[in-house]
Design a binder for this molecule. Structure first.
Ligand code: GLA
Length: 379
């Protein structure tokens, strides 16, 4: 199949009858370590992946936005009069326009195509948001500012779409550096590229299950964490000292105590994982991944039996350093760190073993740490 870039251009041409001058590209992301820590002011370690969303576009002279997608109905709206409505995918575009205060900007005609699997926990929505932010920055002739674009994407999710996500997805999609993972401090919003050694490959393990209610389970987890932080008298769970963890956990009810234990130990694992990655200690990195999975399964309860099964199969195979559920969870994907020479054999055995255990056909692919979003326009 043609790449998303070519498909977006072809869709544009088929819809609007001209060749688009602009292309905004934003990758998906997969998180290596640190889940449900970003909205608790903690640390995360994602990579952008070499699968992109492309928005082929043509600036307009007025404030209209007319957009089409390979998935979903066409949409049309006016930047000068933003409101909800139209097909659900267009809410991400409207939401970013709203968050970037785009009333004064000119509109565009655009066509979207993506190679990021939808709804799999690989940030297809953040990639659409950041591709939109790239277009709006270009149209407003603003200098490219990855943090500002990420913050606009997050505001669009939180206040326009109603998903209370943190900053991880949007920031990794906008700011990643090729060949590196991005260590983000979600309190200070500082970030640093950590080079990924050539000896490791990351394999996405898609269980082929999707859960519709992800956002309600997610928002509920977030609310529990925030209630616990306020009960403990800290600004966020980032500020619970790991040395104090047993005492803190015993002061909370069972569920809140386990959620807090996950967040505090997970933050520590991100810091340790960044050190392990930097020094090329892949056994330690893999061990931390598997420990993280156990914490998400037992304490945060964001895994599912099929995610547990795929992780168990992965970690039993030769060459696998470790594996864990990734992103929000409640369905979707896990990620495995695998020795570079072993990936083909690993993927084949994983598909067989997972099919035997679950009766389901998983999807796997190796992803390379990619660069964050870009945009270009020919004049
Ligand atoms: C989703 C959210 C992120 C993050 C992860 C869990 O991907 O969008 O902000 O909270 O879940 O780590």
């Amino acid at each position: 199949m043609a790449t998303a870039d070519a498909r977006a251009r072809a869709l544009f041409h088929a819809t609007f009858g001209t060749v688009p001058e602009g292309d905004a590209r934003a990758p998906g992301r997969v998180n290596l370590m640190g889940d449900h820590t970003d909205y608790n002011g903690g640390f995360v370690l994602p990579i952008a992946i070499d699968r992109d969303t492309h928005f082929a576009y043509q600036p307009r002279a007025d404030t209209l936005v007319r957009i089409v997608s390979e998935h979903g109905e066409p949409a049309e709206f006016d930047l000068a009069d933003l409101s909800h409505g139209g097909p659900p995918w267009s809410e991400y575009v409207r939401g970013v326009a709203w968050a970037m205060d785009a009333q004064g900007t000119t509109g565009w005609d655009g066509a979207v195509a993506t190679d990021v699997p939808l709804g799999a926990g690989l940030s297809s929505s953040a990639s659409l948001e950041i591709a939109t932010a790239e277009i709006l920055s270009a149209l407003a002739r603003r200098p490219r500012d990855p943090l500002a674009m990420a913050e606009a994407g997050q505001r669009a999710e939180n206040d326009w779409v109603g998903m209370e996500c943190g900053i991880m997805d949007q920031l990794s999609v906008a700011a990643s550096v090729e060949g590196s993972a991005l260590l983000i401090d979600c309190e200070t919003l500082s970030f640093e590229a950590i080079p990924v050694p050539d000896e490791v490959a990351f394999v996405v393990l898609d269980t082929s299950t999707r859960r519709q209610l992800t956002s309600s389970a997610y928002n509920e987890r977030r609310a529990t964490c925030e209630r616990a932080a306020s009960y403990l008298g800290v600004a966020s769970l980032r500020h619970v000292d790991i040395q104090d963890l047993d005492r803190v956990v015993s002061s909370l009810d069972d569920v809140a105590g386990r959620r807090v234990r996950h967040v505090v130990t997970e933050n520590d694992r991100v810091v340790q994982a960044a050190i392990a990655l930097r020094s090329g200690d892949l056994d330690e990195f893999g061990r931390l991944m598997s420990e993280s999975h156990a914490s998400l399964r037992l304490d945060f309860e964001s895994s599912t039996p099929l995610l547990d099964a795929i992780v168990e199969v992965a970690t039993s195979l030769p060459g696998c350093f470790g594996a864990r559920v990734t992103g929000a969870g409640f369905g979707g994907c896990a990620i495995a760190a695998v020795a570079s020479g072993f990936t083909e054999e690993f993927e084949a055995s994983l598909l067989d073993n997972y099919a035997c255990r679950s009766g389901l056909k998983a999807q796997t692919f190796v992803c390379r740490p990619a660069a964050g979003s870009t945009s270009s326009i020919d004049h």
